[in-house]
Design a protein around this ligand. Structure first.
Ligand code: 10E
Ligand code: SF4
Length: 330
């Protein structure tokens, strides 16, 4: 995805910036930035714009990033919160976070042609929710209330699913049959915190069953592993990502749990001189929905303060790609 790199203007005549001028090392976490599900979702909207022209309607933000959304908007994507805003007969893209069956039904009722950009790894969690509920279990979904992915997953079996947000909440769960309980998780949670919640669930429900493979996805896990490595070496960690991006916010929290000061920025324009006081080694990463060019712009901007040595810490190599929805391929 092209677009403005949002390089911040740093004026060294400003004493606050002058005070933090000097050489720095930037430790780049790898993997960082776009995951396969985000690439697929953005490519889907871009391909529809190319093939069909504007407008292309998208339910909610295609991914949780202000720059991605702003750029697609400037090219003719129209993001809506409510299906009633979409003219009958139009094409509607479902965002990468997925939707509940009720939303699918509402789209069908309005006669909309749906192009589903839900990440296949979110779809996998939906399938598990249906399977666990169908075998008669109470499904405990570990996740954050109000998040679009959670609302979609909860909607698969709303009568049988309970949301739990922390280990402390496990004690408050009211379950009809404690011997028939399964858990699922949101895909973008902190791996360490989620393990605590699962341990609390297992303690309370010894017959607890879970998914065959982790619901926290490969991209979330890899970005957290890479973050831990740079947080150990850095004086400050910067995470590029938007405030409503769950996986980006988890990276900030994890850096802080590692004992390293950390700040989230939407772009280089949000850098603040006070964060850089005494920060000679800056760890830099980006959430799965943040474009790589925004990371480059942060490095450029730090370069305005003095020479920057960039070193990468790679903890995994990602090659996974997802096929685009068929309507954008034929
Ligand atoms: O808020 P999230 O981290 O869930 O979403 P995001 O759009 O920032 O990143 C992509 C992650 C998705 C689509 C959820 N699996
Ligand atoms: Fe898919 Fe994981 Fe990316 Fe979410 S964070 S879109 S589940 S790959």
């Amino acid at each position: 995805m092209a677009g403005n790199s949002v390089r911040a203007h740093i004026d060294l005549r400003d004493p606050a910036w002058r005070a933090v001028a000097g050489p720095r090392t930037v430790l780049l976490a790898s993997p960082r930035s776009f995951c396969a599900g985000v690439d697929r979702a953005i490519d889907t909207v871009e391909e529809l714009l190319r093939r069909r022209g504007a407008p292309v309607y998208v339910r909610k933000q295609i991914v949780h990033n202000v720059h991605v959304v702003g750029e697609l908007e400037s090219r003719g994507a129209v993001f809506v919160d409510d299906l009633a805003e979409v003219p009958a007969g139009s094409t509607l893209v479902f965002s990468a976070h997925g939707v509940s069956p009720a939303v699918r039904d509402a789209a069908a009722e309005r006669g909309l042609e749906v192009v589903d950009a839900t990440c296949p790894l979110v779809t996998k969690v939906h399938a598990e929710a249906r399977r666990f509920a169908a075998r008669g279990d109470t499904v405990i979904l570990i996740g954050h209330a109000g998040h679009e992915e959670v609302e979609g997953t909860l909607g698969e079996a709303p009568q049988r699913t309970l949301l739990v947000q922390s280990a402390a909440e496990v004690a408050t769960l009211d379950v009809p049959d404690p011997s028939r309980v399964s858990y699922l998780t949101q895909t973008t949670l902190a791996v360490d915190e989620t393990a605590e919640v699962i341990a609390a669930l297992r303690e309370r429900f010894p017959q607890l069953r879970g998914p065959a493979s982790e619901d926290i996805c490969y991209a979330t896990t890899n970005r957290q592993d890479a973050l831990r490595v740079i947080a150990e070496e850095a004086d400050l960690v910067l995470v590029v990502g938007s405030s409503n991006s769950s996986n980006s916010v988890r990276l900030i929290e994890l850096a802080r749990r590692c004992g390293t000061p950390a700040e989230r920025i939407d772009d280089a324009g949000e850098l603040r001189p006070q964060w850089l006081e005494g920060a000679r080694v800056v760890g830099l990463t980006a959430g799965a929905s943040a474009p790589p060019r925004l990371v480059d712009a942060v490095i450029d901007t730090l370069g305005a303060l003095g020479p920057v040595r960039v070193a990468q810490r790679e903890t995994a190599h990602e090659t996974i790609r997802f096929t685009l929805p068929s309507v954008t391929r034929h």
